[in-house]
Write a protein that binds this ligand. Structure first.
Ligand code: 3H9
Length: 658
């Protein structure tokens, strides 16, 4: 065998002192294409019959080891050799095969690594089986081999959540055998050391014995989180069965399940979401634009939103300066932030050193002048134009000439806020969702005068926070709240037409929302929408349909869950239908001469989804959203729209409402 060999377009190898180092090179993430499968199988087969080769190492070129199966091929029939064939050849090889996991080993990438006889991970590697996020189960042995290394309990949790782990965690879970600074070097040396030994085949290991109760509890927890995701439910079943039957039986069930789910509506919708997230990162007008450098983040306001933003920025490693109006408010803000960090510590998300490191990078005070040091200042004060405008005017006199200012307003016009400064080009919107340290969505608002590098700074900042930024233009409510208003309007029409709030909630929960609309209205509070309706009253077209029930509820002091009463009542915190509301609804219908009719769940869902899509189309026409898939991402990540349905725009394009 030559020293430099090419097995296919994407697979090449070099022989290093008897060890064949096979490198997979399919930029940008070494996704497993048909060409890669063919090349890798060829490499293994040839090495097995080549006496100059004592052992093999498999590694990836560039940053990733293998980012998984090529998702773009999922719409087409699988071609030979399939991944299970390649994986079987690797595991069955008579010569030692060592995985040098230099970066992300995800999905089929981890399945290849699991089939290798020894695994060396680089310290920055990430490992996981994220298939359920794509509506499928692992299709090349993941559900059967992972539990043989980690036990069923851990494998159920990892595969049903699709969570990735660090190299260190993978080592303690038994997924990898070593962590090394130079994984290729480490793998070559392991391959040499072990070349005379019999390969340790993961598939031949027994699934470790565990307490049946722990397995039962773990599965129950995973299933309760699965919420309508068929893939997660199937993943739990397959992993549990690993200890109860032969590898061959487990693999054949896994493969059949994978193929069935791959062609399911849920998987198609989730593939749409996957590519939508990548598309959202491509913002027109920002090609080649560099973001400004941000190291110090200022946050004005330390209420629920401000403290959440501060914690998210601390989590991302920034120095954070929080400013409040008074010393007393600052002390309360510090308490709130410390409380959030304590909760993260208690849940194990951060350790003691992580907590103290964050507090060292934080300062909370009442002097606005402290913000002179900040590269980016985010205001998160009371949503009132006067308050925000005065603040921006003041900030304009304090911050440095290159500092970016961002407003976290939900409903106000950020152009009006920017206009009070002498530098509106340095202002953008960063609309976080509550709780800001948890919710993934950030609407990055491109104001009329926002400079491209300022918008790019907002995006880069949100990305470093590990959030999903979606760019939108200026309109009342931006993308999400505009669509949510349309959703609210249609939900109220449905009530007037004859459906009860609880029927509507049940229909949407059945569709896949975590909560129905009326439960959400009560949770969020009814007063903000009421105030908006009152603001709009003078300019409202009198011929437009208007439902007064929510106004009457607010007049009765029923502002939602926090007042114990809204669309529902909450004795002991439990959501309960209130006859007083039922009577009010009846009276409002009667006053308009509406004879209520039974509305089926399918019609409820269809009308609400159509209302969302219609508003989405209006946003596209107005240029507020750049693409339909951005709107889907906003609804999925900010409003509980079930990801496996693909979002309201996707649903309307598919013409499937139920
Ligand atoms: C699977 O493996 C099934 C098996 O069990 C069974 C098989 C039988 N395919 O995210 P980025 C593209 S299911 C095709 O911005 P990063 C992506 O679209 C798979 N394309 O990079 C983008 O393209 P573009 C399980 C893929 O550095 C570009 O690569 N695996 C794939 O921030 C850059 O992506 C997964 O679910 C793919 N698998 O993050 C992992 N992956 O430039 C999915 C990426 O044209 N991938 N692309 O927009 C990821 O999580 C991240 O991409 C990764 C890199 C962490 C790898």
């Amino acid at each position: 065998m030559d020293e430099a060999i090419r097995f296919s377009e994407t697979v090449s190898a070099r022989l290093e002192d008897g060890v064949l180092v096979v490198t997979l090179n399919n930029p940008p993430v070494n996704a497993i294409s048909a060409d890669m499968r063919a090349g890798l199988l060829d490499a293994v087969r040839q090495a097995n019959s080549d006496q100059n080769v004592r052992a093999l190492v498999i590694t990836g070129a560039g940053k990733a080891f293998i980012g998984g199966a090529d998702i773009r091929e999922f719409g087409q029939p699988a071609t030979e050799p399939t991944l299970p064939t390649v994986v079987e050849a690797i595991e069955g090889s008579g010569k030692q095969i060592v995985a040098a996991i230099n970066g992300a080993a995800l999905g089929g990438g981890l399945e290849i690594a699991l089939a290798c006889h020894h695994r060396v991970a680089g310290s920055a590697a990430t490992l996981g089986l994220p298939e359920v996020k794509l509506g499928i189960v692992p299709g090349a042995g993941g559900t059967q081999r992972l539990p043989r290394l980690t036990g069923v309990v851990k494998a159920v949790e990892l595969i049903s959540s699709g969570r990735t782990v660090t190299a260190r965690d993978a080592l303690s879970l038994g997924i990898v055998d070593e962590v090394a600074d130079d994984p290729v070097k480490g793998a070559i040396s392991a391959a040499r050391d072990q070349s005379a030994k019999l390969p340790r085949r993961t598939g031949a290991l027994a699934v470790p014995a565990e307490d049946p109760k722990a397995i039962e509890d773990g599965a129950a927890k995973a299933l309760s989180r699965a919420r309508g995701s068929e893939a997660a439910i199937e993943a739990v079943r397959l992993v549990r069965s690993a200890g109860e039957r032969s590898l061959a039986d487990g693999l054949s069930d896994e493969r059949a399940t994978f193929l069935r789910l791959r062609d399911s509506d849920q998987a198609k919708a989730l593939r749409h979401v996957f590519f939508a997230e990548r598309a959202a990162a491509k913002v027109s007008g920002l090609e080649g634009v560099e973001p400004r450098k941000v190291e110090i983040v200022g946050v004005v306001g330390s209420g629920l939103m401000g403290s959440g933003i501060a914690v998210a920025a601390l989590d991302a490693g920034y120095r954070v300066i929080v400013v409040e109006q008074t010393d007393e408010a600052a002390a309360k803000g510090l308490d709130r932030i410390t409380g959030l960090l304590d909760r993260a510590l208690k849940s194990g998300r951060i350790d003691e050193a992580g907590r103290s490191g964050r507090l060292e990078r934080l300062s909370v005070g009442s002097s606005m002048e402290a913000l002179a040091a900040a590269d980016l200042v985010i205001e998160a004060v009371f949503d009132d134009l006067q308050v925000k405008s005065e603040l921006f005017e003041k900030l304009g006199r304090i911050v440095r000439p290159e500092t970016v200012l961002a407003t976290n307003t939900s409903y106000l016009d950020p152009d009006a806020i920017a206009a009070v400064t002498s530098f509106p080009e340095r202002v953008c919107g960063l609309h976080f969702f509550s709780p800001a340290n948890v919710m993934r969505l950030v609407e990055v608002v491109r104001c009329a005068r926002t400079a491209p590098d300022v918008l790019a700074t907002g995006l880069a900042f949100a990305r470093r926070l590990k959030k999903l930024p979606v760019v939108c233009g200026v309109c009342e409510g931006f993308i999400g709240n505009r669509i949510f208003s349309a959703y609210r309007r249609e939900a109220e029409f449905l009530v007037e037409d004859g459906a009860s709030p609880q029927e509507i909630d049940a229909a949407m929960e059945n569709y896949g929302f975590a909560m129905g609309p009326f439960a959400v209205f009560d949770l969020a509070g009814l007063e903000i929408a009421w105030a908006r309706r009152k603001r709009q009253a003078a300019t409202r077209d009198p011929s437009e349909r208007y439902v007064e029930i929510a106004d009457r509820l607010c007049e009765m002091g029923r502002f939602g869950q926090k007042t114990g009463r809204g669309w529902y009542t909450y004795p002991d915190g439990k959501r309960t239908v209130d006859p007083e509301v039922t009577a009010l609804i009846d009276a409002c219908r009667a006053a308009k001469g509406i004879v209520p009719r039974q509305i089926a769940a399918a019609e409820i869902a269809s009308r609400l989804l159509s209302a969302m899509a219609a508003e989405g189309n209006a946003l596209l026409k107005e240029g507020i959203a750049e693409r339909a898939s951005d709107i889907d991402l906003v609804l999925i990540n900010g409003y509980g729209f079930p990801a496996y349905r693909g979002g309201p725009m996707y649903v309307s394009q598919q013409g499937t409402h139920s």
